[in-house]
Design a protein around this ligand. Structure first.
Ligand code: FES
Length: 142
């Protein structure tokens, strides 16, 4: 879809509601177009936009696998790249299909930089591996 041709392709666009799903470039172009035109736009992304990388860290799995991960790659993507079979679903923070218990350590939400950490003595907490990167040494029960 060439957004520059949108007004020609949909002459009654101003009378319609626009729902868009696609790659970031298309959604950015549509957002700029609709803002200029004063039109409503509802979007859904293929992948979560990642804006808050951290320093990364190590992730230890229950089987003894130990991975050194950067702070800009989700634990899910990095673990799969290393050959670890990981649960997943939407891969963008919605379905909870990638949730794993974290017994120790901290992770950083790549969407907003928020740190989630296990408080010693409180037991495991559940983390979404598709939107979190390692933030230090963590242990996942998987
Ligand atoms: S895979 Fe859906 S929330 Fe992570």
């Amino acid at each position: 879809l060439d957004v520059d041709r949108l007004d020609d392709l949909v002459p009654d666009l101003a009378e319609r509601r626009t729902l868009a799903c696609g790659p970031a470039g298309l959604l950015d172009a549509l957002a700029a177009h609709h803002e200029r035109a004063g039109l409503e736009l509802v979007t859904e992304q293929f992948r979560t936009e990642r804006i808050e990388p951290g320093d990364g860290g190590t992730v230890a799995f229950a089987d003894g696998t130990l991975l050194e991960l950067d702070g800009a790659t989700s634990i899910l993507d990095a673990a799969e790249e290393a050959g670890v079979l990981m649960p997943s679903g939407c891969r963008m923070g919605i379905c909870m299909g990638c949730v794993l218990p974290m017994r120790a350590g901290a992770v950083r939400d790549l969407r907003n930089g928020q740190i989630t950490a296990v408080v010693p003595g409180d037991g495991a907490i559940k983390v979404q591996t598709c939107i979190n990167a390692a933030a230090g040494a963590c242990h996942l029960d998987h």
